[in-house]
Structures are given as C-alpha cells and as structure tokens.
Design a protein around this ligand. Structure first.
Ligand code: ATR
Length: 294
C-alpha cells in the first residue's frame, strides 16, 4: 500500500497521448513502496496541442519530473532548458527532470537496454560483435549505447538500407566505435549470412512480431544465428515473440523485451530520486501487469 498523500509527497508522472494503457505508474509505484519513498507517479493525458503548456506546468506545479511517451518524445525538446548529450544524439527525450526551475531532458532507453543485457544475460557488450535488426528510433538508442559501452563492432541490417546507413553514420560520428557496418536485411544476401553467423549479440528492434501480428515470420530466421549468441527481442507484446522462441530452440540465450522497458524506467527513477532503483521489483511488476493484460 502506498503512503497517504500529503503536502510533502513528491510528484512525477508520464505525459502521453494515449496514456491510459501505460504500465509505468504500476512499475514506479512498486519501486516507491519498496524503498519507502513518499512519491507518487501519475499518468497525464496530454494531447499534442497542449504539450507546451503541460511542460511549463512541470516547473509551475513543482513536479520532480516526468516521462514522455508517444507522440511527444521529439517535439518536447523545444520546450526544455537543457538536453543531455545522449538524448540530443538520439533526437528524442523520454525523461525530464526538474531542477530548481530548469527542465532537463534525458533519454534512458539505451541505458535501459544495457541494464537488461547485464541483469538478464550477465552480458557486457564491451569488445563484442553486435548485429542490430532494424534502424528506427529504438535501434538508434541501442546502437549508441552499445557502441559507447565499447562494443567491438556494430552491424546494422535494415529493410530500408538508407536508414541503416544514416544510423551507422550517427554512431560512427558520436562514439569511439569505428567498426560500424551496414548489410541489407535479406536472408539470401551473403553479407547478411556472415553477419548473422559472426554476431555475439543479436538485437531485434523492428516492429515485426508485435501483437496482433505475432504469427508474422521474423525478419531473420534464427537458424542463421550462432547458437552461442545472445538474442534479444525488444518487442514485449507478446512476451515471447516467435523470434525469441526460435532462437531459444536453436540453443541461444534469449532476453525478452520487457527488461528494456522496465529498466529505462528504473533509470528515470534514479535520475529523479537519486536512489538506486529496485530494478528487479520494477521488472517483476511489469511482468505481472503484462500477464494480466495479455
Ligand atoms: P521505433 O522508433 O519504435 O524503432 P520505427 O522508427 O517505426 O520504430 O522503426 C521500425 C523498424 O521496423 C524499422 O527498422 C523498419 O524498417 P524500415 O526502416 O525499412 O521501414 C522495421 N520494419 C517495420 N516493418 C517491417 C517489415 N515488415 N519488414 C522488415 N522491417 C520492418
């Protein structure tokens, strides 16, 4: 049970449109309860034409910060006082912290991904060869994070090769990782076959496999991946995608998508409260809610 709300209760939340389905309130409330913090996490339904006024309200009302979700992650940047390097490179903000009247934007997706690899597979990407399937916003956050964490090489495979090339350029320009390559996402292409066989970590970031199209064939057959590889699918609905099932059957160690979701929240929690988040409590809460919803 949460503490009664009083004048001392600290307020954070999430701004989105829609926002009613968000599982973040449950995750953060569980974390506050675990640490005995007198904080509350509120969903705020903010339509696009109210975004600027809502963001100004963070400082006016003395909120400690908010998460920002679809469709506001890019446009919200124009209303902030400061944007950290990670969010600037990714071009999107998912966390705002309010410090003495100033609003600072962060993006915790990449660090959430790294924590998921660490806590769920005991894996540090430093020195490793990575294959990323997809080149959207999530892929950019992940590519940046693993490259900055010292990955030996990052290969990006995408249906639209031009988008993969843009992502590769961004990663090469912003990190010390100089081995960034692009291959077409085509199981018949020998460059794709070599990248799949060589990768030590494979991360599926496309929307393929997401409910209600969970029967759709994966963008890359798991049979092409080394059984020694760690395979991550950032899709969390369904909890086990067909790609994850095929990779597990192949003998790969697998990591499902709810970890990245839970841990990007854990890092927001740490930015706001200054306390180490109870990451696994947040993950367990998220899983319970996904099970109930699914
Ligand atoms: P996000 O920002 O959440 O990562 P996104 O920017 O819409 O989402 O990116 C979706 C990714 O899924 C892209 O890499 C997209 O490939 P394209 O760049 O070629 O569009 C990929 N994707 C979506 N549907 C796909 C499909 N049927 N086959 C292969 N890739 C697909």
């Amino acid at each position: 049970m949460r503490m009664p709300i009083s004048g001392k209760t600290q307020i954070v939340g999430v701004m989105g449109d829609p926002v009613a389905h968000s599982l973040s309130p449950a995750m953060h409330q569980a974390a506050f309860a675990q640490l005995g913090l007198d904080w509350v996490y509120v969903p705020f339904h903010v339509p696009p034409d109210q975004l600027g006024r809502a963001v100004k309200g963070i400082a006016a009302l003395g909120l400690r910060g908010v998460n920002v979700t679809v469709p506001h992650k890019v446009r919200v940047m124009e209303y902030l006082d400061e944007i950290d390097d990670e969010a600037r490179v990714i071009g999107a903000v998912n966390t705002i912290v309010h410090r003495e009247g100033r609003l600072i934007g962060h993006n915790t997706d990449g660090r959430g991904f790294l924590r998921s690899l660490e806590l769920e597979a005991g894996c540090d990407p430093a020195g490793k060869t990575l294959l990323l399937l997809g080149a959207g916003g999530a892929a950019l956050a992940i590519a940046q994070a693993v490259a900055a964490a010292g990955a030996k090489s990052v290969v990006i495979a995408n249906r639209t090769v031009k988008k993969a090339e843009e992502l590769a350029q961004a990663v090469a320009a912003n990190t010390a990782c100089k081995e960034v390559h692009v291959v077409p996402l085509d199981a018949a292409d020998p460059r794709m076959l070599r990248a799949a066989a060589d990768a030590e970590i494979v991360v599926q970031t496309t929307t393929v496999g997401m409910s209600p199209h969970h029967e759709a064939p994966p963008v890359l057959p798991a049979a092409l991946i080394s059984p020694e590889a760690i395979v991550v699918d950032i899709v969390y609905n369904p909890r086990e995608t067909r790609f994850v099932q095929e990779a597990r059957a192949r003998g790969c160690r697998v990591v499902t998508g709810e970890g990245m979701l839970a841990f990007q929240g854990a890092i927001s929690f740490e930015i706001w409260t200054g306390h180490e988040a109870p990451s696994l409590v947040m993950l367990e809460t998220l899983r319970q809610h996904l099970d109930r919803a699914g």
